[in-house]
Design a protein around this ligand. Structure first.
Ligand SMILES: [Zn+2]
Length: 331
């Protein structure tokens, strides 16, 4: 975990920063348009949607750093929805390597494996950790077999409880949360983790951008399918005073986003297989698409940060190089 970094606030940039109360969302979103030529933000019901023309993966020259979120690798899965999840994870990494400007690190938002088997973790490690820094949180597929014992042995060094932690990087405070251990239909953080979070945020200034990441969505994407976290409101009550909060989740294997006040919620695609849109099938689960379409529904999420504006821009790219379809959370 890196040392705490103090944010350099430039005189005159204060007006670019959304206030934590009475935020002008449109003004805020205009600020997000920095992200370079070819990236266009459109607005649908207050939700920012990014589209990239030309080179989807090119990080902005103006960004201070970028990181990449990958999710739901499900190493060990071998059903018709994707008979070679190792190959598609490798394809995702090739995309990242092919982009100009290396990300500072990767975040994996869980379901590293399909069945928590040591051999599955071994395969993931061979592909991922040999040549880059990766920060993890577990998915329920990584913890449900053995209560997360193997996961914690391998990836839990320096973490608390079932694997939660925080770190600072170039003026941004990152918090990795675990909401897959006390599953009760939906995800749950639990009192011990919430108490730790309160303590963790205590010394963080309200002007510091927060990036929160966890496996199951931390907002009510579709509670009927368990796509939400039952006690996440308690966490967001603690985050109210912060001017910029970005929430990155996985688990649902598709891009969904929502803006609520100063909080941007976003889920990433899987590198393994897609799932149906909320309510569009009898139940969630692996969705088989025609083989030539699979690369269009798997992908990664690039996040760029500009310190002066204290803004994060999120761009989703599929394995085939197109920009991902974006969906709003259903009402
Ligand atoms: Zn999951």
């Amino acid at each position: 975990m890196s040392e705490s970094t103090e944010m350099q606030i430039q005189p005159g940039t204060q007006t670019d920063v959304p206030a934590s109360d009475g935020i002008d969302r449109r003004g805020f979103l205009k600020c997000m348009a920095w992200a370079g030529t070819g990236l266009v933000w459109t607005f649908a019901g207050g939700v920012p949607t990014s589209r990239v023309f030309g080179e989807p993966m090119k990080p902005s020259a103006q960004s201070d750093f970028t990181f990449v979120q990958i999710s739901d690798s499900h190493i060990g899965f071998n059903k018709p929805a994707n008979a070679d999840v190792t190959a598609t994870l490798q394809a995702a990494l090739s995309r990242i390597d092919a982009a100009p400007g290396a990300p500072d690190f990767l975040i994996h938002t869980g379901d590293l494996t399909h069945s928590s088997k040591p051999a599955e973790f071994d395969t993931l490690d061979q592909i991922l950790t040999s040549h880059r820094q990766v920060l993890y949180v577990p998915g329920e597929h990584d913890t449900s077999v053995d209560d997360g014992k193997i996961y914690l042995e391998r990836y839990g060094k320096g973490t608390k409880g079932s694997g939660w932690y925080s770190f600072d990087h170039k003026g941004v405070h990152f918090i990795g949360l675990v909401n897959v251990v006390q599953l009760e239909g939906m995800g749950k953080l639990g009192q011990a983790q919430l108490a730790w979070l309160k303590q963790d945020l205590h010394n963080v200034k309200s002007s510091v951008p927060i990036v929160l990441f966890a496996h199951i969505p931390l907002w009510a994407v579709y509670p009927e399918w368990g796509w939400g976290t039952s006690d996440s409101e308690q966490a967001f009550a603690m985050l109210k005073r912060f001017g910029s909060v970005t929430v990155l989740n996985g688990h649902i294997h598709q891009v969904m986003q929502k803006v609520e006040g100063q909080v941007v919620f976003h889920t990433a695609m899987s590198t393994a297989f897609p799932q149906p849109a909320p309510g569009s099938a009898p139940s969630p689960g692996p969705m088989k698409v025609p083989a030539d379409r699979l690369q269009n529904v798997l992908g990664i999420t690039n996040v760029s940060f500009v310190a002066q504006r204290r803004e994060l821009a999120i761009v989703d790219a599929t394995l085939s190089g197109t920009t991902a379809e974006h969906r709003e959370t259903p009402a």
